[in-house]
Design a binder for this molecule. Structure first.
Ligand code: ATP
Ligand code: MG
Length: 461
């Protein structure tokens, strides 16, 4: 039987319950975390309905291992708090309960309603929902979710899966389909466009034609999306193991220009081919590290994503005759500030990013004192890895990377001997690397006499 359930103010979505019994789906309790099972069972024993929901159900059905488990229930956050000592209530826009078991946090949300009859606590500004504490039925909870495949409920009472919006079929067809009218759902929350691109890339799903069609017109709404959410979404895109696929999908979707406008512009200019190759290599390396369980830092990835704009603008600044160190500092800062209007990159990462950039010209300085100082720099490793990634920019940069690789393989004394044999410039003024650092860049007016360029030396020299 089909009924319609209000999803957003003024619209309704047809809802048709299909129950997939335990023996007809692939979800086994073995793959559900101990914490999530405890929460589900205890809620159920206390007389509440309790479901696993969202990405966890989707991923379990696909045979994956969810990284977090969300629970939906008709218990209010206060009910949940009474049932679990290890529970804290969080959230302003949505009030949620977090139940904590050691490292595991199980998020418990009360069914959320959508109809605004004035009884709840919902606040909409320009079509965007900014606060939403209206409790509702499971049907209402289902239709306010983004994609049909994200609106499947695993019922702890009988281990069945409940599907209200055709998500099970879409999952089998590996297609992302929005619940309700795509244009309206994107207007309500433009970040859903990014979620479509990210989930399609990660799950290797297609995006339904009507869910993709509005990107061109509505993509620019992302320019005004909350920067904190775009940061979170960026981490999920680039740091969760499918960075390369996400980047490519974001680029081809056209949405890159609405979240990383400087990057998109730098990809479109002549040097864009090299820049793209560098981003792709950086993403592939990060994915490999994630797959091996090694730590990854967002600073490094953001430094890569914004390198194209930094490099192009530093070139211009140097051509104008600006002092080398000043140029790097000024442009690094400028690019970070510009990007931060879109994506809220936390200060500690921004500092690291700017340092990775400003260390790049210092790799070209081969006076002994400077080499040892750079090797001891706390950000040396990241900056050196970054230099290696830049290898595609030209043979000089590649050779520079190779030089620093061999330099690290040498003992302190052996490196000192090698460096003593190099021609040394007479002065150590702060900007004396300008000539060498700018070697691959166009000639610029010089105010000082040209110094000896520290050419790239092979280990045998
Ligand atoms: P991931 O595997 O990346 O965590 P996910 O689907 O679980 O993917 P979450 O951000 O953890 O994503 O969200 C959990 C669930 O909340 C989603 O599955 C979806 O049902 C709902 N949801 C999340 N974001 C939105 C949104 N912007 N609009 C509507 N529903 C959303
Ligand atoms: Mg999730």
């Amino acid at each position: 039987m089909t009924e319609t359930v209000p999803s957003s103010p003024g619209t309704s979505v047809p809802v048709n319950l299909r129950i997939i019994p335990r023996e007809q789906h692939a979800i086994s309790r073995k793959n559900i975390s101990a914490g999530a099972l405890r929460v589900l069972y205890r809620l159920n024993e206390a007389g509440f309905s309790a479901f696993l929901v969202g990405g966890a159900v989707r991923d379990l059905l696909l045979g994956g291992r969810p990284k977090d488990f969300d629970v939906a229930t008709n218990a209010t956050p206060e009910d949940v708090k009474r049932l679990f000592r290890n529970c804290r209530l969080i959230g302003r826009r949505f009030r949620l309960a977090h139940v904590v078991f050691g490292n595991e946090i199980v998020e418990v949300a009360t069914f959320r309603g959508s109809s605004d009859d004035g009884s709840g606590d919902r606040h909409v500004v320009d079509g965007r929902i900014v606060r939403d504490n209206v409790y509702g039925t499971i049907e209402e909870d289902a239709v306010r979710r983004d994609f049909t495949v994200n609106a499947l409920y695993y019922d702890i009472a009988d281990f069945s899966v409940r599907d209200y919006v055709g998500g099970y079929e879409d999952l089998m067809r590996r297609e992302l389909r929005l619940i309700g009218d795509p244009v309206q759902r994107y207007r309500e929350d433009p970040v859903r466009m990014l979620r479509a691109v990210r989930l399609a890339a990660k799950l290797e799903f297609s995006i339904a034609a009507d869910a993709r069609a509005p990107f061109d017109d509505l993509g620019e709404l992302l320019l005004q999306a909350p920067p904190a959410r775009l940061f979170d979404e960026s981490l999920k895109m680039f740091m969760a193991g499918s960075g390369l696929k996400s980047f490519r999908a974001l680029d081809t979707s056209g949405l890159l220009a609405d979240v990383y406008p400087l990057t998109a512009r730098a990809l479109a200019i002549k040097s864009g081919v090299t820049f793209r190759a560098m981003i792709e290599q950086g993403m592939a390396n990060t994915d490999a590290r994630v797959a091996e369980g090694k730590p990854v830092t967002p600073a490094f990835l953001f430094a890569i994503l914004l390198w194209g704009p930094v490099r192009a603008q530093v070139e211009k600044e140097l051509a104008r005759g600006t002092d080398m160190n000043l140029a790097w500092m000024r442009i690094g800062n400028l690019v970070m500030n510009e990007q931060s209007r879109h994506v809220a990159i936390p200060r500690r990462f921004a500092i690291a990013i700017e340092e990775i950039w400003s260390l790049q010209p210092r790799f070209e300085q081969r006076q002994k004192k400077r080499v040892f100082r750079l090797l001891a720099h706390p950000r040396f490793r990241a900056a050196y890895d970054f230099l290696l990634l830049r290898g595609g920019e030209g043979t000089e940069i590649a050779a520079l990377g190779a030089w620093w690789t061999q330099a690290q393989a040498l003992s302190h004394d052996a490196l000192a001997v090698q460096l003593n044999a190099l021609p040394t410039p007479s002065s150590t003024a702060m900007d004396d690397a300008g000539d060498v650092a700018a070697a691959p860049l166009p000639k610029r007016p010089r105010r000082r006499r040209k110094r000896l360029p520290a050419a790239v030396h092979s280990p045998s020299e």
